[in-house]
Design a protein around this ligand. Structure first.
Ligand code: ASP
Length: 504
């Protein structure tokens, strides 16, 4: 079986859904196919905004609900033949009435719990998948729609539920073994806890739903269809020269997605990696583009030493410093305990071997909480001047080089830091694990664009320099010179490349 997932922009409206239909028909011709869909683009945001406005007592939530209803009604009218429309128009009306009832309740109570958020958000995928299934039925395909909440079972951590894989895999396998369709359509993102209450897998979680299904049925392939032609060497908004990565390993894809490359939802790789299922990232709007293939091993000749460059903004560095820490076990344990007791996620850690300071990178929203928690955990030592109150440095970002081949090459970090240094980018902290898949540097946010550009140039762009040569008079001598330059072109290019690798 093949599993295909279509994101919000791919199913944003009838026109786009028609593109999806063409892509899916080709897959069905090759064999049994399951498709997992997101909500129509922007609907999840609208649903959650309506809920928040209701909770704040702002009546404008009703305008959002009108918009939500209209988008779905339009999709039904444009996609489904008139004779079959009425069933789906009333399905949309009924669901939108339910959403309104829930929002009215939230408005009256002025209370919006994570559980209610999940319930409201779930309507997005539930409706889009029903409408898309209806479209395929109208196209005459042998289709089955299935509510993912009956298959994917999670704990009750609403808005970011954790999957119980044992039960979930059993349900998925039992379902696909017992039914015989050529095309299955399932809503992404939504699941249920053991009591049947709706949960969601986190924003962007439809990719994960597709990966869970693909891994359970040991699919031959998982295709993530989105609005870009693959993972890129860097954020194209930061550098014009970013290009598609044709081939990348699971590990590298995980590193890049955790590091802000928004093409796939970070947990997606984990389930398929265990089963060795190849993942393709493809563009619904340019299906002929090759895309990015993610699989277990990528040979070195298949790409660059560095596979991609990524960055995350809104970082603060917190530093615990003091001579009283040197040689005494337990300081780092207490620091991390203080952070975890406030549920503060640690993004980067460094400690110099002098043990005089431990430096941790966290999301800027947690800065105040971290300060309170750590200063109170070390109140005694601070009073005795063994350590200093927690130091916080703000307006920082992390840039990271990602690539599995970095471990077998010397000088990568040297090139990274010298390229940044030569361009006046000051490095505040560095982290590199011994697996050498990721080298991270903390820099000022204002330097991120510059850093990404110089690193991209250093690792992905050729070292050819463009020289403008003006020759006046192209008689015998000038013409000969031009001909010689033309003749030497290939040699000069190889020479430049050889020079680059000698330096590496
Ligand atoms: N619709 C959900 C969201 O916008 C899940 C998804 O599309 O992956 O986050």
């Amino acid at each position: 079986m093949q599993v295909l997932k279509f994101g919000g922009t791919s199913v944003a409206n009838a026109e786009n859904i028609n593109r999806v239909v063409a892509i899916v028909k080709e897959s069905v011709a090759k064999g049994k196919t399951a498709i997992v869909v997101s909500a129509l683009g922007g609907i999840t945001d609208l649903l959650l905004e309506a809920a928040s406005q209701a909770a704040e007592g702002t009546e404008t939530y009703r305008e959002k609900l009108v918009l939500i209803e209209q988008r779905h009604l339009d999709a039904v009218k444009l996609l489904i033949p008139v004779v079959q429309q009425s069933k789906y128009l009333s399905l949309v009306k009924k669901s939108c009435n339910e959403i309104e009832d829930i929002c009215n309740g939230i408005f009256l109570l002025r209370e919006l719990t994570p559980r209610s958020k999940d319930r409201i958000a779930s309507y997005g995928e539930w409706l889009s998948s029903q409408i898309i299934a209806a479209k395929f039925i109208a196209e005459g395909l042998n289709v089955q729609w299935k509510d993912s909440r009956e298959l994917i079972i999670t704990n009750s951590s609403f808005t970011a539920a954790e999957v119980f894989f044992g039960e979930t895999n059993k349900n998925i396998n039992a379902y696909f073994a017992s039914s015989d369709a050529s095309l299955y359509i399932l809503p992404g993102f939504i699941a249920a806890d053991n009591s049947g209450i709706t949960t969601t897998l986190g924003r962007g979680g439809s990719d994960f739903s597709a990966a869970i299904i693909a891994a359970a049925v040991k699919a031959s392939v998982l295709e993530i269809w989105t609005d870009v032609s693959g993972m890129m060497t860097a954020d194209p908004r930061l550098t014009n020269n970013a290009r598609i990565i044709p081939h990348i390993s699971y590990q590298e894809a995980m590193e890049l997605s955790h590091f802000g490359a928004k093409v796939i939802y970070p947990p997606t790789i984990q389930p398929v990696m265990g089963k060795g299922i190849p993942v393709w990232i493809k563009n619904t709007f340019v299906p002929a583009d090759k895309g990015t293939l993610i699989e277990a091993v990528v040979s070195e000749k298949d790409g660059d030493i560095v596979r991609g460059i990524s960055s995350i903004n809104n970082i603060v560095l917190i530093s615990l410093e003091g001579s009283g820490m040197i040689g005494i076990p337990g300081f780092s344990k207490r620091l991390f305990e203080a952070l975890s007791s406030e549920k503060i996620n640690v993004i980067l850690i460094t400690q110099s071997s002098s043990e005089h300071s431990i430096c941790v990178g966290i999301d800027a929203v947690w800065a105040e909480k971290a300060k309170q928690a750590v200063d109170s955990a070390f109140a005694n030592e601070i009073a005795l001047e063994k350590v200093e109150p927690l130091r916080i440095e703000t307006e920082l970002s992390i840039v990271a080089l990602v690539g599995e081949n970095m471990k077998s090459h010397t000088g990568v970090s040297g090139r990274m830091f010298s390229a940044m240094g030569k361009n006046g980018v000051n490095v505040r902290a560095i982290a590199q694990g011994s697996s050498e898949k990721n080298i991270s540097a903390v820099i000022a946010t204002k330097d991120v664009r510059k850093a990404i550009n110089v690193l991209h140039e250093e690792f992905f762009e050729t070292t050819y320099k463009q020289v403008n040569l003006f020759i006046t008079g192209t008689g015998n001598v000038g013409a000969k010179l031009l001909a010689q330059l033309q003749q030497q072109l290939e040699f000069l290019k190889t020479f430049a490349l050889a020079d680059k690798y000698c330096r590496a």
